[in-house]
Design a protein around this ligand. Structure first.
Ligand SMILES: *Cc1c(COP(=O)(O)O)cnc(C)c1O
Length: 463
């Protein structure tokens, strides 16, 4: 009997072992280090017969498991790192077990795409967005920005009487933005639009990253009626600043442009009546990016795009998986492969469906409000300690700060991260070296912030 046949007979032992290991891991995630304490040597040769899954698990546990970091634990505040809710884990396991190739729906025989369409409706409902958006799942906000900007590119072509998807790009496409995320710039490179082609819109005066709408209008007028793409921000990564969407709406009524919003994590402001004003007016955007593996707390890789349904033909022209011109209504014989970059794909929506169904609007309002409380509590410590300095006001869930003596920023952060109790990332803001702490994990509690601030105060005395 070969190892595969043996594993087939041992399925219950294999999965029970993994289940118990998962429970143990999650129950001790508060104690696990946020810093990796070593490395492993890469093995280059595949063994002839294989080991079987039980032996492979042993090997994994010997070589890799001890140095896996608690990145989905309560004190991993680097980048914008979400965790995983219990329901999301359940959905993720089932997505693997059922292993659907999520494509067609509407009677096409594949219920998994119907689950994805339903999950999009649930997300629109969570964000109080209107139902005139079409959406789908991609691997992350980078690919969501890519998808949205690709449809924007096709829209620009239409304005010029061209079909860029078929004919290839010609001429220069105007892109306007104030503080785009690096992944939008990367998307412009991938789309042939040119990462160096962004026309810089000024930010508002006074330590802001949000665009100055008056300057935006001047930049628009300088285009003399040429169509353009506006990349706007619902939550910049450094200071979580939001562009003024009502001001952009007013300009949209006057000028012809594709309006994209990167709301990767800031879109979750819509979940709380306390913060929903930050995204007021976003419902009129042509396309919106939202990450799910951040504040929705589902496992990597998960994000959604929302594109206005009225642009569906442009989307199909861009992503159709056939050389024939698309005939008829794209929602008949619907298949996701005609709407987004991937063809074969897993049932990415299932973890999101599980967590949304399990915790509802109230559950997400609570996660968002509690994470903002974490940020405010942490910022209070920074403000009250003269050895630290806030680099920007806390608008939502992120604290951007520095050490008063700027030369200590790097040694301080190195020591802090080496403690294994917390992880933060370096940044550069307003001409200063800084540090960012982003709160998007449902597990983070007041005690976690207290523990970290105590360690921070101690490290300062040691420098
Ligand atoms: C994280 C982030 C992205 C990129 O997201 P990935 O999920 O890493 O691809 C894009 N935009 C913003 C505002 C982000 O915070």
């Amino acid at each position: 009997m070969n190892n595969l046949n043996i594993d087939e007979q041992n399925l219950d032992v294999i999965l029970a072992g993994v289940k118990q290991q998962g429970i143990d891991y999650l129950n001790q995630i508060h104690e696990r280090s946020t810093a990796s304490s070593g490395d492993v040597e890469i093995i280059g040769d595949l063994n002839e017969q294989g080991t079987g899954a039980i032996e492979a698990l042993k090997q994994f546990n010997q070589r890799f498991e001890p140095i896996m970091v608690a990145s989905s634990g309560p004190r991993y505040w680097g980048f914008v790192t979400g965790g995983t809710t219990p329901a999301a884990i359940a959905g993720d396991w089932l997505a693997t077990i059922y292993d659907q190739n999520t494509q067609s729906a509407n009677g096409g025989g594949d219920i998994s795409a119907t689950i994805e369409l339903e999950t999009i409706q649930l997300l629109l409902s969570l964000f109080n967005l209107p139902k005139d958006f079409f959406g789908g799942f991609v691997t992350g906000a980078t690919l969501s920005n890519f998808t949205c900007l690709a449809v924007g590119r096709q829209w620009i072509g239409k304005q010029l009487g061209k079909d860029f998807a078929r004919e290839g790009l010609s001429g220069k496409v105007n892109i306007l933005s104030a503080t785009p995320h690096s992944s939008s710039i990367k998307s412009l490179s991938m789309l042939g639009l040119g990462s160096g082609n962004v026309i810089q819109v000024n930010v508002l005066a006074g330590n802001r990253e949000a665009l100055d709408a008056a300057d935006l209008e001047l930049k628009i007028q300088a285009l003399h009626g040429e169509p353009f793409i506006l990349i706007s921000s619902a939550g910049t990564v450094n200071t979580v600043d939001f562009d003024n969407f009502e001001a952009i709406n007013a300009l949209k009524n006057k000028y012809n442009f594709w309006w994209h919003i990167d709301a990767a994590f800031g879109g979750f402001a819509a979940c709380s009546p306390k913060y929903s004003h930050l995204v007021k007016g976003w419902e009129n955007a042509d396309s919106i990016t939202v990450d799910c593996h951040k504040w929705l707390n589902v496992p990597y890789e998960s994000a959604v795009f929302f594109v206005k349904e009225k642009h569906q033909l442009l989307q199909v022209e861009t992503f159709q998986n056939s050389n024939a011109a698309y005939l008829g209504n794209p929602m008949e014989n619907f298949s996701y492969l005609n709407f987004l970059p991937e063809n074969s794909r897993r049932l990415k929506a299932l973890p999101a469906w599980f967590t949304l169904t399990s915790y509802g609007k109230a559950g997400y309002q609570e996660i968002v409000e509690s994470n903002v409380e974490n940020a405010l509590q942490f910022a209070k410590f920074i403000n009250e300690n003269p050895n630290f300095e806030l680099l920007a006001p806390v608008r939502l869930n992120t604290v951007c700060f520095s050490v008063a003596d700027e030369s200590l920023v790097s040694p301080f952060l190195t020591k802090l991260n080496a403690s294994g109790k917390v992880f933060m990332t370096p940044t550069f803001y307003n001409g200063k070296k800084g540090i960012r702490a982003a709160f998007v994990n449902w597990r983070t509690k007041e005690e976690d912030v207290e523990l970290v601030t105590a360690i921070m105060a101690e490290i300062l005395t040691e420098l």
